[in-house]
Write a protein that binds this ligand. Structure first.
Ligand code: PMP
Length: 412
């Protein structure tokens, strides 16, 4: 085993203890959404039962406690991601909102003031989830900038030399994933962020698939913006954050204008509040932030190094088992980070595989995984994806491999 007390940990996740179609649930859809431990559920419940109130403007005790809880959650998360003194963290509803906040915030101030202008270049890797591509397509259209794609090779890898060739004096943004959700590829993002930043671009890292188990601290990266989701790191759904250098966050035109993000308002105009409030207009998901901070503490309690080793072991076992099935091709078998395995089977549609697996209590995801351009580029259609969390076991991976082999026998 990998050294994690997996059975003890499983006891903290009530949802895992159920049968699906008469079989014990094997939940292998963690790249889409992980489950929450009792510690997270209890933190949310405690807030709801004792401290719930609107924040930042009340003099009464509950409002002050809610404000304190929200700001304590921010501090916990900044520590969790390894933020330095130069960094700030803005709560969002998830990675998608965080990336939209950056992409829209860089053109929304208009052609006179915005960071992105006509003739500039935006570089986006070809590995991205739609959430880190579509907002940049829109940003390019709205600003008149050009969108350049860092194209993966036939194995789905992106290369530093190819990035170097795309960087020009007009390159203003590099947007890159820390782990591709459709293939498991882990680009050399440390080096790529540093290269782009040295060339004068703002760097944007989509950490949705990495933040819960394997990443250098934010202060160790040449990263201006980093986005992540709570529901992929054992936290509540509808939570997440945009973290980044204060100086970079200052460049963003706010997306949500209204209460809480202004310093003063007249009928004619308004002056904005300082960060982070400026980018958090409206009443935030305070219970969610409290739950997300509890998830960060839970992960730190288990240990990200130990979690990452466990996930690596499960992935290696799955890659070996699935690759040995005739007709199965594993995507990015070499991948070194993202805790998932994506595969295709000759002549068998992923939907059929996923359906047969569900009949055996095994939850996987099938389809394009919101990364259709990447799968098109690789000449692949939809795939089947199994993805792992700290509560998964090697027995579950054995069941996965056996059930996939059986599905291929049945359908081929
Ligand atoms: N980026 C990556 C790499 C992802 O895996 C996901 C979720 N599948 C997202 C962005 C979007 O995250 P959310 O739906 O939580 O906003």
């Amino acid at each position: 085993g990998s050294g994690l007390p997996v059975q003890e940990l499983r006891a903290q996740f009530p949802v895992l203890h159920q049968k699906v179609h008469g079989h014990p649930l094997a939940y292998l859809d963690n790249a889409a959404t992980t489950q929450t431990p009792l510690a997270v559920q209890q933190a949310v419940q405690r807030f709801e039962q004792h401290d719930r109130a609107n924040i930042h403007r009340g003099v009464h005790s509950l409002s002050q406690r809610a404000t304190d809880a929200f700001e304590a959650a921010r501090a916990t998360l900044k520590r969790f991601i390894g933020a330095g003194a130069e960094h700030e963290l803005v709560f969002t509803s998830g990675t998608t909102e965080a990336l939209n906040l950056v992409a829209q915030g860089l053109w929304a101030a208009g052609p006179a003031k915005a960071w992105l202008r006509a003739g500039d270049r935006i570089v986006v890797s070809g590995l991205e989830h739609h959430a880190n591509l579509v907002p940049w397509q829109h940003a390019a259209r709205m600003s008149g900038a050009e969108l350049a794609i860092l194209r993966p090779d036939a194995q789905g890898r992106v290369h530093v030399d190819d990035l170097r060739a795309l960087l020009t004096p007009r390159t203003r943004v590099l947007a890159l994933t820390a782990g591709a959700n459709a293939t498991g590829e882990r680009p050399p993002y440390e080096e790529m962020l540093a290269m782009a930043r040295a060339a004068g671009a703002l760097t944007v890292l989509d950490a949705a698939q990495a933040v819960g188990h394997a990443m250098p601290g934010l202060a160790q990266l040449e990263c201006d913006f980093m986005a992540f989701s709570g529901h992929k790191m054992y936290g509540p759904m509808g939570t997440g954050a945009l973290a980044g250098r204060r100086a970079a966050l200052e460049l963003l035109h706010p997306l949500r204008l209204g209460g809480d993000m202004v310093e003063w308002v007249s009928y004619e105009s308004a002056g904005w509040a300082a960060l982070p409030a400026r980018l958090e207009g409206g009443t935030p998901n305070v219970a969610g932030a409290v739950g997300l901070a509890a998830a960060a503490r839970f992960i730190d309690g288990v240990g990200r190094g130990a979690i990452d080793r466990h996930l690596h072991a499960l992935r290696a076992q799955a890659v070996a088992g699935l690759s040995a099935i005739p007709g199965v091709t594993v995507l990015a078998p070499h991948a070194t980070q993202a805790s998932l395995v994506s595969f295709v089977a000759r002549d068998v549609h992923p939907h059929d595989i996923g359906t047969l697996l569900d009949e055996r209590g095994i939850a996987v995801r099938t389809g394009h995984h919101c990364a259709q351009p990447l799968l098109d580029h690789l000449g692949l259609g939809p795939t089947t994806r199994a993805s792992f969390a700290l509560y998964n076991t090697s027995e579950e991976v054995d069941r996965l491999v056996a059930a996939v082999a059986r599905a291929i026998e049945v359908f081929q």
